[in-house]
Design a binder for this molecule. Structure first.
Ligand code: SAM
Length: 326
């Protein structure tokens, strides 16, 4: 299928290593209906390493490990060490809620990992508890500090902006990038829980940017080839940067360069559309690397061609975020 002119190359794979999480974020999943996957359904580390190697053959050069919460899965540190040695994968990143980071940061650093995203929507303890259902803000801040002191870089802070909950705090969150080389990224809420909750709390990032005009002019910074849909900006006098990710109000498809592999082995060309290709079933039935490679190719083509516009217009992920990996 013809690649749309100007569209990003699909070179980035997000791998969800678990559907388990130690937080219960209000916007992520409708937790009352959530049923954890039986362990046997979750891809084993050796299966993940095999799929990563096949993905690399198909042009994937960047992998992000996500979840659920990846740090709750046993053996993750050893797995990351091995992932760094998969030929063709030249960038390995991790997204975490940071709760277990203070103790695990040194071991993670020793695997060679440097790219870390930490999810943090508020700096206020009670609000943190309201959003995540847990009283872990102090642990997350300690984890962030430890990661920074070890030298993780880039260190990105992901903040989902929620109207009426944390939107009046965006300036405080942005200020984290003043004295630290962090990239603070604001993200629009996606409707993964309920339409009604989304409508009540969705805040377009245009409004966030308006609130941040007091910081001075935002100057666009250069984009890497694997950067994806974030728009990044330097701010006068700041050591770090600000970023904006607008999956709802911005036109995302053209710059989206990623595939997603769910913890139970489904390959998704698009976060916001329900289509997925099963890799686990064929792999466990004995399909060879070349045929699994075709499945990756199919997902890349679905994404690259015009088909992706019909994919995305549904805006129905068909799964909760904890099982896709965000
Ligand atoms: N547990 C890890 C964490 O918290 O970073 C990784 C998984 S989490 C699903 C990945 C990212 O998805 C987090 O930054 C989270 O804030 C984001 N996310 C979850 N639900 C979302 C939603 N409805 N809209 C926007 N972002 C969402």
């Amino acid at each position: 299928m013809e690649k749309e002119p100007g569209a990003s190359k699909t070179n980035y794979l997000r791998i969800s290593v678990t559907d388990r999480c130690n937080l219960r974020c209000r916007y992520c999943t409708y937790w009352r209906d959530w049923r954890k996957l039986p362990s046997v359904e979750i891809l084993r580390y050796e299966e993940l390493l095999r799929l990563a190697a096949i993905a690399a053959e198909m042009g994937i050069s960047k992998v992000r490990i996500t979840g659920g919460e990846p740090l709750v899965r046993r053996g993750l540190v050893e797995f990351l060490g091995k992932l760094h040695h998969v030929p063709g994968i030249n960038k390995v990143c991790l997204t975490t809620n940071g709760v277990l980071l203070r103790e695990l940061a040194p071991a993670l650093y020793d695997t060679g990992l440097r790219h870390l995203n930490i999810s943090l929507d508020t700096l206020r303890r009670e609000r943190y508890r309201q959003i995540t259902g847990r009283d872990n803000l102090a642990e997350v801040l300690a984890g962030l500090e430890r990661a920074a002191s070890l030298g993780f870089h880039p260190l990105k802070i992901n903040c989902v902006v929620l109207k009426g909950i944390n939107d009046e705090e965006v300036l405080d969150l942005a200020m984290l990038a003043q004295d630290h080389p962090y990239q603070v990224r604001f993200i629009e809420l996606m409707p993964t829980v309920s339409q009604e909750w989304w409508q009540r709390h969705f805040q377009p990032l245009s409004e966030v940017r308006r609130r941040l005009t007091v910081l001075g002019p935002l100057m666009p910074s250069t984009r890497e080839a694997t950067a994806g849909p974030a728009r990044n900006f330097r701010v006068p006098g700041f050591r770090g940067e600000l970023g904006f990710i607008s999956p709802m109000s911005g036109h995302h498809c053209r710059t989206c360069n990623r595939l997603r592999l769910t913890a139970d082995g489904k390959l998704r060309p698009c976060l916001l559309a329900a289509s997925e290709l099963d890799l686990k079933g064929p792999m466990r039935l004995g399909l060879g690397d070349d045929l699994l490679g075709y499945l990756f190719q199919e997902a890349v083509e679905l994404k690259a061609g015009k088909a992706r516009f019909s994919l995305v217009h549904s805006h129905q992920p068909g799964r909760s975020m904890v099982s896709i990996g965000g």
